[in-house]
Design a protein around this ligand. Structure first.
Ligand SMILES: Cc1cc2nc3c(=O)[nH]c(=O)nc-3n(C[C@H](O)[C@H](O)[C@H](O)COP(=O)(O)O)c2cc1C
Length: 369
């Protein structure tokens, strides 16, 4: 209970991100759970229940959702490129909206982080350069090394931009409030941005300007299609996720943030530090990034109640995204408000499976009862 003597922390107050109005600043981070319908990769009733339970977030960012079959890197992740997938997502967005929540689709092309068995015609996954990722993917048989990718021809890029555009349009058709471009964690956009994975010698590689070219072509196409006020992007400047690295991330991402700011994007969502790991893995000035962008800044990675309240209160960030805490606590916002204890995360049910470890985490009242 809040009293007049104790004003509620700013974390629990509304925020406008472009055309999207959040009722609080507690954001649900994108979380892959590999529970879409096998075969169609369409969201189903279980996925609807999961998102409905979490609708009190100020904004839900959906799990990574492939824009095309080529963009898929893991089994049973949902897509947003077929009619069945759009229909499946409609039920999710309707459920979230019925609870008064907001939800954007995280649209995703994994680039080299894939396996031939998931690719059209069992062909090689695609990447800026033909460099094998030192990482694993998740298949029906469990975790296996990803496949050797081939380098994309420059002529293929417009087709991928078109896939992003169609995915953004499909997301709107499915009732999403907008989209988040997945530019983080070593997937296709991040692979283009960083010089460890982008060794191209054409207009899409080399200088920072060139490495930004494909990501900004995607940004320009999707904002033209659905409006800049409904487009955000997630980045992870220093995260080594999926084996990416850059020799000067500050320069790359400050420039990117300035370009995004000039385009008036709804929000910039930043994984600060190593995704799911140390926040201080490498020196990086996130305040400079935020200033370069100039719009709504959502921070993520390793926040708890205290650090989230402090980060928003101080004005360093506009909102905080929680990942693992939202998996284990459907009513995370209420728990943070009341400073109530959190449920423990079950790690063995993260990827794939059924309702267990997905929709059966208790709400506060249930636990008390
Ligand atoms: C099970 C699981 C699935 C994830 N899936 C995604 C995803 O689809 N897209 C993404 O950008 N990040 C994904 N992440 C990263 C989280 O969004 C987040 O950055 C990370 O968990 C750190 O935040 P936290 O400390 O609040 O959990 C995933 C993390 C976990 C644990």
């Amino acid at each position: 209970m809040s009293s007049s003597a104790e004003p509620q922390p700013k974390l629990f107050t509304p925020l406008s991100a472009g055309d999207i109005d959040l009722r609080n600043r507690v954001v649900m981070a994108p979380l892959t759970r590999n529970r879409a319908t096998p075969g169609s990769d369409a969201p189903n009733a279980l996925n609807v229940a999961y998102y409905r339970q979490r609708a009190s977030a100020g904004l839900i960012i959906s799990e990574g959702t492939q824009i095309s079959q080529q963009g898929q890197g893991y089994i049973w992740t949902p897509g947003i490129h077929s009619p069945a997938q759009i229909e499946g997502w409609k039920a999710v967005t309707e459920a979230v909206h019925a609870e008064g929540g907001k939800i954007v689709a995280q649209i995703w092309h994994v680039g080299r982080v894939s396996h031939v068995s998931l690719q059209p015609g069992n062909k090689a996954p695609v990447a800026p350069s033909a460099i094998l990722a030192p990482t694993k993917t998740y298949l029906e048989s469990g975790f296996v090394p990803v496949s050797q990718p081939r380098a994309l021809a420059a002529e293929e890029l417009s087709g991928i931009v078109a896939d992003y555009t169609r995915a953004a349009e499909n997301a709107r058709e499915a009732g999403f409030d907008g989209i988040e471009l997945h530019g983080a964690n070593g997937y296709l956009i991040d692979q283009f941005l960083k010089d460890g994975t982008n060794r191209r010698t054409d207009a899409y590689g080399g200088s920072i300007e060139n490495r930004l070219r494909f990501p900004l072509e995607v940004v320009d196409a999707v904002t033209k299609a659905i409006g800049k006020g409904r487009v955000g992007i997630r980045v992870s400047p220093v995260s080594p996720a999926n084996g990416v690295s850059d020799t000067d991330p500050q320069a790359v991402f400050d420039r990117l943030a300035a370009e995004l700011g000039a385009r008036g994007l709804a929000f910039l969502h930043v994984v600060e530090g190593a995704t799911g790991g140390p926040r201080d893995i490498a020196p990086f000035d996130y305040l400079a990034l935020r200033r370069a962008f100039g719009g709504v800044y959502i921070a993520n990675n390793g926040f708890d109640r205290e650090t989230a309240i402090e980060a928003v209160e101080s004005g360093r960030v506009d909102a905080v995204a929680f990942g693992k805490a939202f998996i284990a606590n459907p009513d995370l916002v209420e728990r943070l408000k009341r400073n109530a204890p959190l449920n423990t995360l079950q790690t063995e049910t993260l990827y794939g499976g059924d309702a267990r470890g997905y929709t059966d985490y208790p709400f506060l009242a249930e636990k008390a009862a």
